[in-house]
Design a protein around this ligand. Structure first.
Ligand SMILES: NC(=O)c1ccc[n+]([C@@H]2O[C@H](COP(=O)([O-])OP(=O)(O)OC[C@H]3O[C@@H](n4cnc5c(N)ncnc54)[C@H](O)[C@@H]3O)[C@@H](O)[C@H]2O)c1
Length: 319
């Protein structure tokens, strides 16, 4: 159970896993996204929910497109109470279905008149099995969300952005173009790679048309319920995903701040990728809980560099 603060300053409860959002301390200006309308897929929970709440805090109108009806309706309620009436709209959407994407576009245009920002973020994280033991239907589903779904959304929203010479398209990518042994599954990365490829190609297709396209890679964003985890032994540090260095996770609200900062720099990021950690470092984010943030030293990586960094398998750690 999380809490949020309404526009009137009253603290209210929600079944969503959230904390109150006020990004003033990040250096972001309230109103820096005023006039923009964003469609964010997979935004009823976790990373995507952090995105829509941060965008609405920064003054944008947001369309929450998600399969989860209960959480989506609650996200709409919370955002309209914390950032202003009528600034959020939930549209139940399965991004793998053309009729749902058509309905999403119709409802978004009818409510807000235009769409400036398309954030492709939906994914089914359970589609993460290894090749040898996964049914082919898992790969089909992974491609349906991360390949076909992204292409259908692009086709629904980008032509109008080009007409107006104004827009941004992003994709919640992953650093892993294929799964290293320490992480495991392959159905997930195969789908993610197909969408990353589409997004980078789109950047090329829309060059010079006022529409900016880049990949935004969340890494270690979430708010796990540590009470459900085994207790730490004395001196032991939390390792998320079994990866050294991940001693905690970046809260989704902070991830949202990094995303807003990246959108504000969309022109510079066009045709490349950025890790949210790097966006937070670039904005000199005064982390409220520094110990919870994996402070990778870093900078903007090109897609090619990401591929080269993460795609050497070798014989594994014993070689
Ligand atoms: N959390 C991280 O640190 C991290 C790291 C790398 C990449 N990512 C990427 O960021 C995105 C969000 O990650 P998350 O951790 O918040 O995932 P999540 O599983 O917590 O949330 C995904 C959301 O997408 C929705 N969804 C699933 N299938 C859908 C469909 N067919 N149509 C519409 N909505 C659908 C779910 O209902 C859910 O609200 C994903 O694309 C993920 O691959 C996340």
């Amino acid at each position: 159970m999380g809490t949020f603060v309404t526009l009137g300053g009253e603290t209210q409860e929600s079944f969503l896993n959230i904390e109150p959002i006020d990004l003033t301390y990040t250096g972001l200006k309230k109103g820096c996204m005023a006039g923009e309308v964003a469609v964010v897929t997979g935004s009823a929970s976790n990373v995507g929910l952090g995105y829509v709440r941060a965008l609405a805090w920064a003054g944008a109108k947001v369309v929450i497109a998600d399969l989860n009806e209960e959480a989506g309706a609650e996200a709409e309620r919370v955002i309209n109470l914390e950032s202003g009436p009528d600034c959020a709209l939930f549209v139940k959407t399965n991004v793998t279905l053309q009729e749902d994407i058509d309905n999403l576009a119709e409802k978004a245009f009818a409510k807000f008149g235009k769409v400036d920002l398309l954030l492709n973020n939906a994914m089914n994280m359970r589609l993460n099995g290894p090749i040898l033991s996964s049914p082919v239907s898992d790969l089909e589903q992974s491609f349906a969300i991360s390949g076909k779904g992204v292409m259908m959304a692009i086709k629904a929203f980008v032509p109008a952005m080009i007409e107006r010479g104004h827009g941004v398209v992003t994709y919640s990518a992953t650093q892993f173009h294929y799964m290293p042994p320490m992480v495991g599954g392959s159905m997930y990365t195969a789908g993610k790679a197909s969408a990353t490829s589409l997004i980078m190609s789109l950047a090329n297709e829309v060059k010079g048309k006022g529409v900016y396209v880049f990949c935004l890679t969340p890494a270690g964003i979430g708010r796990p319920d540590f009470s459900k985890f085994p207790p730490l032994k004395p001196g032991e540090k939390r390792r998320m995903f079994g990866m050294p260095g991940f001693e905690g996770m970046i809260p989704p609200e902070a991830g949202g701040a990094g995303m807003v900062y990246s959108l504000l720099h969309a022109e510079q990021l066009h045709g490349s990728g950025i890790l949210i950690n790097d966006a937070l470092i670039a904005m000199d984010f005064p982390f409220p809980k520094p110990e919870s943030v994996n402070r990778m030293k870093g900078r903007r990586l090109t897609d090619m560099e990401l591929t080269m960094t993460f795609c050497y398998m070798g014989k594994g750690f014993d070689e």
